[in-house]
Design a protein around this ligand. Structure first.
Ligand SMILES: Nc1ncnc2c1ncn2[C@@H]1O[C@H](COP(=O)(O)OP(=O)(O)O)[C@@H](O)[C@H]1O
Ligand SMILES: CC(=O)N[C@@H](CCC(=O)OP(=O)(O)O)C(=O)O
Length: 259
């Protein structure tokens, strides 16, 4: 039987809020078994860019990443956000190790080809080094990934953190029984965005199609659920979406996705 692994992605609104981040990291540290954390920090990057007088451009939730912007996101994702999380986890007795996709060649990617839109230095993932991650986990290190991949030719690439999480989960699924958790500020996929308790508890492929056609899934939830089903289609056992209480397993109010 395969050993269990949890891959947890932490949402942008949680990272931004010091108290919420601390709560989340405490819950993450209590999570039993092998685990990997993935974080973004898109809003923090936008804030720093604004302070530096650089405009942030997003299309369909993806950042147009020119040469100036790739430097900013490297500082924010790979530096500030990643190292703060690693240090806070150390204080909670988790031996965390911060990684970008360039570290240990852990996430290989290529620059997204220009079609209608030139996204700039944005990476589409080709592979994840599951062997390296397995080795780190085996010596009791907990990998903490930021939203950076690389092209193998010296260029760092901006890659959406939801996608990094699903690709890591897919890469690890051959070795571990893998569950992917998307932890954000809502209790799960909501039927009515204004009603916190209207959580859709179970979503399979046909329910997903129904929710899409009814327009229930919108904004950031669209790419997120696309990533969820991509992971399920590629051997990830289970995907769960919810707030921090989902990690502590002291609530039944969260969304579980299965094929
Ligand atoms: N049906 C829905 N249920 C829950 N959230 C939804 C729904 N439709 C749209 N959303 C929006 O999607 C957002 C989550 O996407 P996003 O901000 O990209 O995630 P993250 O915080 O993980 O980066 C929520 O904050 C919410 O405003
Ligand atoms: C290509 C692309 O758009 N990358 C994202 C990466 C950060 C991210 O995903 O952050 P959240 O999870 O906090 O939204 C961006 O730069 O905003």
């Amino acid at each position: 039987m395969k050993e269990k692994l949890s891959v947890v992605k932490i949402g942008g609104n949680v990272i931004e809020d010091e108290k919420a981040l601390d709560n989340f990291l405490s819950a993450f540290s209590r999570l039993e078994g092998l685990k990997i954390l993935v974080h973004g920090g898109g809003k923090l990057a936008t804030q720093l860019a604004t302070k530096l007088g650089i405009e942030s451009k997003m299309i369909d939730g993806r950042r147009i990443t020119d040469a100036e912007t790739v430097d900013i996101i490297t500082m924010v994702y790979g530096g500030l956000a990643n190292k703060k999380i690693v240090a806070q986890l150390q204080s909670k007795n988790i031996n965390a190790i911060g990684l970008s996709g360039a570290d240990g060649n852990s996430i290989q990617a290529h620059k997204r080809p220009v079609k209608q839109i030139d996204y700039g230095f944005v990476g589409d993932i080709d592979g994840v080094s599951s062997e390296l991650l397995k080795n780190l986990l085996s010596i009791n290190l907990t990998p903490i990934f930021c939203a950076l991949s690389h092209d193998g030719a010296g260029q760092l690439l901006n890659t959406n953190a939801d996608t990094i999480a699903s690709e890591i989960a897919i890469g690890m699924a051959s070795v571990f029984e893998t569950t992917l958790y998307y932890c954000f500020e809502k209790k799960g996929v909501l039927l009515d965005i204004t009603d916190e308790n209207s959580v859709v508890k179970n979503i399979d492929t046909s329910k997903y199609k129904e929710l899409l056609s009814k327009g229930v899934i919108a904004d950031g939830m669209l790419p997120k659920l696309h990533n969820c089903f991509h992971a399920l289609d590629n051997n990830v056992e289970k995907v769960c979406l919810g707030d921090v209480s989902m990690l502590d397993k002291n609530t039944k109010l969260f969304t579980t996705l299965k094929l």
